[in-house]
Design a protein around this ligand. Structure first.
Ligand code: GTP
Ligand code: MG
Length: 273
């Protein structure tokens, strides 16, 4: 009797989860996993062929996690191999290299590939994504800054971490939070708890920061046609200033965007009689 109870308790405590890695070839997916599981780094590039599979046990909170890790090959050549591994996944490590803009720009197409393979019935909403901005050990080569990566991730409700598989920076913190959020998901019946969905800023704020970052000139920054009037400039400015004021907006990059808007307005008004 007692042993049955004990067995049931043990079963409650142990949890089997499936995690996959996604992202372009050579961004460091395998090295991140190796750094965490084997505490080592290999500097020679050994491309993953199709899929690498491993099981690891992790003790977290009062749970024993049995983690099945499917480390995917990023090369397009392996699409046919990896496409059947997307289903029944609780967590995704979505990795890019901060020194390679194409790998950051490709994140959206990785989500699209996953969506396509899972089909329209399965939403990505109840999967935990952890975005790893990897290779932060080479600041000289960095071309995607933290606020840009964080904004992309957090505006989609994803976790965001700056990592280096080479030095180990950020790796343990990332996995701790990743697994802990997956436990929350499992304990909530496989649904993301509301607290982790609430991101603290609006889509309009995120979209505006994104547009300001990528604008080609001051007119574009304020969302105006070149040659707009003083009134139109002031109106556009006021709208964005209220939306993005750092006291009110906690979206990553809001402070820089706010300053850029102030400067754009000043520059445009200077040229108007
Ligand atoms: P595929 O399996 O082809 O999809 O690539 P991957 O994303 O698994 O990349 P992998 O982990 O094999 O790493 C690619 C290269 O980047 C290797 O030469 C690694 O040594 C190097 N690398 C990985 N992580 C880091 C890092 O944090 N910093 C630096 N400087 N190099 C890294
Ligand atoms: Mg690999």
């Amino acid at each position: 009797m007692e042993t049955n109870l004990q067995k049931r308790k043990e079963a409650r405590k142990s949890l089997r989860i499936k995690v996959i890695s996604m992202g372009n070839a050579e961004v460091g997916k395998s090295c991140i996993i190796k750094r965490y599981c084997e505490k080592r780094f290999v500097s020679k590039y050994l491309a993953t062929i199709g899929i690498d599979y491993g099981v690891t046990k992790v003790q977290m909170r009062d749970r024993e996690l049995k983690v099945n890790i499917f480390d995917m090959a990023g090369h397009p050549f392996f699409y046919e191999v990896r496409n059947e591994f997307y289903k029944d996944t609780q967590g995704v490590l979505l990795v890019y290299d901060v020194g390679q803009r194409e790998s950051f720009d490709a994140l959206e197409s990785w989500l699209a590939e996953m969506r396509q393979e899972l089909g329209p019935q399965t939403s990505l909403e109840n999967i935990i994504f952890s975005v790893c901005a990897n290779k932060i050990d080479s600041p000289k080569h960095r071309c995607v800054d933290e606020s840009e990566g964080r904004l992309w991730a957090e505006s989609r409700g994803f976790l965001y971490f700056e990592t280096s598989a080479q030095t180990g920076d950020g790796i343990n913190e990332m996995f701790q939070m990743f697994y802990s959020t997956i436990i929350d998901l499992c304990e909530n019946g496989g649904k993301r708890p509301m607290s982790s969905i609430n991101i603290g800023f609006t889509k309009e704020q995120a979209d505006s920061i994104w547009r300001i970052r990528n604008s080609k000139d001051s007119w574009d920054m304020l969302g105006l046609k070149p040659g707009s009037s003083r009134d139109e400039i002031n109106r556009a400015y006021r709208r964005l200033a209220v939306l993005l004021h750092p006291d009110k907006c906690i979206a990553p990059g809001s402070e820089e965007a706010f300053k850029a808007v102030v400067n754009a307005r000043t520059a445009l008004l200077k040229n108007i009689k």
